[in-house]
Design a protein around this ligand. Structure first.
Ligand code: SAH
Ligand code: SF4
Ligand code: F3S
Length: 453
């Protein structure tokens, strides 16, 4: 921080995050920045003098929820010992970027709005409101530099999100992300590697490389480093586990697929969003691949890494989706056998090309298709997990299970949630962040259960 940075000594704050990992990572930067200025991170809105919402607008439901949340803030009194006269409310993330100062009309008790490229300005915007009152908004279109210099407070000491690109150039016709995150910018390879080295030295076990489309990394950089180069370089840092998200099927190369066979740290799990199984819909979505190409990738991945856990995203009810189109999607899900499928009902986003397409499929029809899809997703996920019965898997312990605190909860290499009774005499604080071996005795749809050995 610069010498002129404001001080937030004794002021408490809480950051509430919606949306994707990009937002989660941005939230870590917001927390890091405010803490470096003396503010205290607290676990609830009630205790917080400053509340920051990191918002998502990828689907309509997220928008509606934010408005409701900010409105209910009016009824939550400020803590008695607060040094402030009133609570400050800030909205950042993708709704902040999209709506800018228009949000003040809808939510007059909001104090600060900041965009996805303006994280670094949040402290000064808050300080200005504290000093002179009123509202402040900053939503510059594009950042000149990759915002990597901000301090970060990570959610877990042993896991780190590491953004390698920001923004997106793909303009899938349904998607608002390119409009709220700007054009794709890659971070220099040396920066990515030195951040990874710092994490490893600090005891981080798992690094997840982030980007809307990590596979197009480097096209805008001098010398055009490739995504596979980053994977090699991060593996050499000695990190135990390496993951990445998200991969666009049109840009997933044979070179990257090959890394699943050769790189020690690269975990056997890949999220590869298909969106639809119909070539007509894929074309209307501007996805630039066919379902045949997509299936070819799956085959190559399974050749390179037998047993790899695959996950995907599917949109049901895209404008003009016919019964035949949906059947093609159903068939894809039924046949691939994913470990996890994130299913979404199409949500119209103003300003995107799909918002102008004829969209006359009745809501009930879409809901029926969605429900059918969820059934097959669950059946296949259950089957996929059965292959681990009897196996002993290394589990990175995250903490105790939310439902039953006598169980530890962690992640397998395939990214499955694994539960096991806390071993006698062990203490969860010491186990969290370490890798334990668990023999799998039960395989359910969304988790495995076993015994630590
Ligand atoms: N860049 C990533 C993730 C983008 S958003 C990717 O390309 O995969 C995450 C998911 O939200 C998308 O994969 C898509 O399935 C879904 N999504 C995006 N826009 C949507 C919309 N308008 N309606 C419904 N789902 C949408
Ligand atoms: Fe959206 Fe497509 Fe970019 Fe993903 S690749 S963020 S779905 S425009
Ligand atoms: Fe949502 Fe923005 Fe991520 S719209 S999905 S938080 S990039």
């Amino acid at each position: 921080m610069t010498p002129s940075s404001p001080s937030f000594m004794d002021i408490t704050f809480h950051v509430q995050t919606f949306g994707c990992q990009m937002n989660k990572h941005d939230s870590e930067r917001v927390v890091g920045m405010l803490e470096s200025l003396g503010a205290i991170d607290v676990p609830t809105i009630e205790e917080a003098d400053i509340v920051v919402f990191m918002t998502c607008c990828v689907r309509e439901a997220a928008d509606i929820r934010l408005i409701g949340q900010v409105q209910t803030m009016k009824n939550i009194p400020l803590r008695k010992s607060s040094p402030l006269k009133k609570r400050l409310i800030a909205v950042g993330g993708c709704i902040g970027q999209r709506d800018g100062d228009q949000l003040f009309q809808q939510l007059p008790h909001l104090d600060v709005v900041f965009g996805t490229n303006n994280l670094a300005s949040l402290p000064s915007l808050l300080a200005e409101v504290l000093e002179s009152g009123g509202h402040r908004a900053e939503t510059l279109e594009d950042s000149k530099v990759f915002p990597t210099e901000l301090p970060t407070t990570r959610e877990h000491a042993w896991a780190a999100w590491l953004p390698i690109t920001i923004g997106c150039n793909n303009f899938c016709t349904y998607c608002i992300v390119p409009y709220v995150r700007g054009r794709e910018k890659s971070r220099p390879l040396e920066d990515v590697v030195s951040e990874a080295e710092r994490y490893v030295a600090a005891g981080v076990k798992e690094i997840t490389l982030l980007g809307q489309n990590v596979n197009s990394y480097g096209r805008d950089l001098y010398g055009k480093p490739r995504f596979a180069d980053i994977l090699d370089a991060i593996d050499r840092t000695g990190v135990e586990r390496l993951r990445f998200a998200t991969s666009h099927p049109k840009d997933l190369t044979d070179e990257v697929i090959g890394k699943f066979a050769t790189l020690r740290s690269l975990m056997p799990a890949l999220h590869l969003p298909a969106q639809s199984g119909s070539n007509r819909i894929l074309s209307d979505m501007h996805r630039s691949y066919t379902v045949e190409h997509y299936r070819g990738l799956i085959e190559k991945l399974r050749d390179a890494c037998p047993g790899i856990a695959l996950s995907t995203d599917i949109i049901v009810g895209f404008p003009g989706e016919t019964e035949e189109d949906f059947e093609a999607t159903y068939k894809l899900i039924d046949e691939v056998g994913y470990h996890q499928v994130f299913t979404f009902i199409y949500s119209k986003r103003e300003g995107t090309p799909a918002a102008k397409m004829i969209d006359n499929t009745p809501r009930e029809v879409i809901q029926k298709r969605f429900d059918r899809l969820v059934d097959v997703v669950q059946a296949r996920a259950f089957e996929a997990n059965q292959s681990d019965l009897g196996a002993t898997v290394p589990v990175l312990v995250e903490g105790v299970s939310k439902r039953d605190t006598s169980l530890i909860s962690g992640k397998s290499p395939k990214n499955q949630t694994v539960h096991a009774p806390l071993p006698d005499g062990a203490c969860i604080e010491e186990l969290a962040g370490s890798i334990v071996r668990v023999r799998i005795e039960e395989a359910k749809t969304w988790y495995l259960r076993g015994t630590v050995i």
